[in-house]
Write a protein of this length. Structure first.
Length: 135
């Protein structure tokens, strides 16, 4: 009942390749949000609404959503900035979420209320593929 070494290596390679393929499909989304002077707390209040970060985190394919603030930097620019970091199962899942989320958020006024608090071009989004397995 001992698995031959050549089969063991082949099976292990298949599992590793399969895991790598799953990881390669994952997507990190890095979002920088720049509010108008003094409006960061209001932006956070809007993001805390049910149709904000909770809506995003509950979408199919969203594996993680984190929000962080730069409270240590005394540069006014950073006191108006917050960061969202999202991990998605795939770009396709994010695209579906973004299309549906835009419709929902336009209909209920979320995007309008949020937009009024942001600087011009106040949202920057960067996508990066996950290409390394954790050790």
């Amino acid at each position: 009942n001992v698995t031959p070494k050549c089969l063991e290596e082949t099976t292990s390679a298949k599992v590793t390749d399969s895991l790598k393929n799953q990881i390669m499909k994952k997507l990190m989304v890095w979002i920088t949000v720049d509010s108008k002077d003094g409006m960061r707390d209001k932006v956070i209040e809007i993001l805390d609404e049910p149709v904000g970060n909770t809506f995003t985190a509950n979408q199919n394919g969203c594996e993680r959503l984190e929000r962080s603030l730069d409270n240590q930097n005394h540069n006014r620019l950073f006191l108006n900035r917050l960061f969202l970091t999202e991990l998605w199962s795939s770009k396709e899942d994010w695209d579906t979420y973004f299309e549906n989320g835009t419709k929902v958020r336009d209909e209920n006024g979320f995007n309008k209320r949020l937009g009024e608090l942001l600087k011009e071009d106040g949202i920057q989004i960067i996508f990066s593929d996950i290409n390394k397995l954790p050790l």
